[in-house]
Unconditional design. Sequence first.
Length: 64
Amino acid sequence: MRCKKVILGLLLAFVVGFVCQLARIPVPAPPVLGAALLVFLTSCGYWLTGLYLERRARRHGEAP
């Protein structure tokens, strides 16, 4: 389930970029590699924190 969400998110990001290029509108993302990596790493941190909190809740018998 979690991998499905990540793959779906990456596919959606690709589609948004593709459509923005076809429509010749600015992409809603930074145009430089450093800033794009910052957005990517922020998304990864959000995802990993969610995994950590879910596992911690399971370990302690709490509902996520």
